[in-house]
Design a protein around this ligand. Structure first.
Ligand code: FAD
Length: 311
């Protein structure tokens, strides 16, 4: 087992990219072009998000199909319970299955735009856990099922022990890996990471990393997610806030340092919220020296389970 542990340590970390369905046809075409190029950056899989209430649902399914079959990229489809009666969930799962997709990130979902509070749809599911149970019931072990984790608490629940209990329930229901909400506070994540392990949860924990594109976007996203910004980050970025390229350059260093701290505690896979853009993610991966020497499309992407150390 010592040898295995050594091998695990020596292994190069892997990474994945998250995309969301664009609003316009031109946006979709641009994204496909970009996905093609980003394929060469060597992600072991990509995620496609699910619009609250199933808006753009057909697009999520189509993007999964294109990525999976045309680009040969292993894909993880997000699926939420918001405004989704069972028949819509059935359709989405069937489409993912038929496209050859074997990974679902099972979520409760955000409330629909016009509503403040989340409400279950009649004939739908209340919690992510219920969706996980349903996927297992319908598809057995076909899908690897990811779940959301919140190192800094989530919008409608800041009670850490309770959130941990609910996280454990999702894993007990069949979740096989955890992807976290974005964060910049490494120490808080590390603390939470150990609490997850202490709670007896032993599945891979994948931190969600938001690279820095511009100062305004950095602040806006952190605010949306109620994500704490460390003081030294503010000190480093504030003086150059009007110079996008300086923000990206300094941001790259800060985010890479964050990633190094996470890898040092045993994280083996980094998930990048690309916001459908390549540059800032590429810069962080370059800084971490993780990009492949030749950035051509991989003929055989690393299987999903293997990249998370599940095999
Ligand atoms: P759950 O785990 O079901 O928790 C929801 C709430 O219910 C929490 O407050 C929890 O504490 C509580 N709860 C859970 N179980 C119980 C129980 N048994 N009894 C009482 N209370 C309970 N949203 C989208 O719309 N589309 C996406 O593509 C998307 N992708 C995401 C990706 C990641 C990595 C993350 C972290 C979030 C994503 N979200 C997405 C946002 C997510 O849908 C919201 O944060 C949502 O509010 C919570 O989803 P969940 O799956 O964590 O819910």
């Amino acid at each position: 087992s010592e040898k295995l542990a050594e091998a695990e340590k020596a292994k190069k970390p892997t990474y994945s990219f998250e995309f969301f369905p664009p609003k316009t046809a031109q946006g979709v075409q641009n994204l496909y072009d970009r996905m093609d190029r980003m394929h060469g950056m060597g992600p072991s899989f990509i995620d496609v998000t699910w619009g609250a209430g199933g808006r753009h649902a057909h697009l999520t399914c189509e993007m999964v199909k294109v990525a999976q079959s045309a680009y040969g990229l292993e894909t993880c489809m997000h699926l939420t319970c918001t405004d989704m009666e069972k028949s819509k969930i059935d359709d989405a799962l069937k489409e993912a299955y038929n496209a050859g997709c074997t990974n679902i990130l099972a979520l409760r979902g955000d409330p629909p735009r016009e509503k403040e509070k989340w409400q279950a749809t009649a004939g739908g599911f209340r919690y992510a856990k219920d969706l996980i149970e349903y996927i297992k019931e319908q598809y057995g072990n076909h899908f690897d099922i990811g779940v959301a984790g919140y190192p800094e608490g989530c919008d409608d629940n800041k009670d850490r022990p309770q959130l941990m209990e609910h996280l454990k329930e999702k894993i007990d229901a069949g979740g096989t890996f955890i992807v976290t909400q974005m964060f910049y506070d490494a120490e808080n994540f590390i603390d939470w990471y150990h609490q997850v392990r202490d709670a007896g949860i032993d599945v891979p924990i994948v931190p969600g990393i938001m690279p820095i594109q511009t100062h305004a976007a950095f602040l806006r996203r952190a605010q949306w997610m109620n994500c704490k910004i460390p003081e030294d980050w503010t000190k480093a970025l504030e003086p150059v806030k009007n110079d996008d390229s300086a923000v990206r350059e300094i941001g790259k260093g800060l985010v890479a340092e964050l990633c190094r701290k996470l890898l040092a505690v045993g994280v083996i896979h980094l998930h990048f919220y690309t916001m459908n853009l390549a540059q800032a993610t590429r810069m962080v991966l370059e800084e971490l020296n993780l990009l492949p020497d030749v950035q051509s499309p991989l003929e055989k992407p690393l299987p999903w389970r293997q990249s998370l150390g599940l095999n």
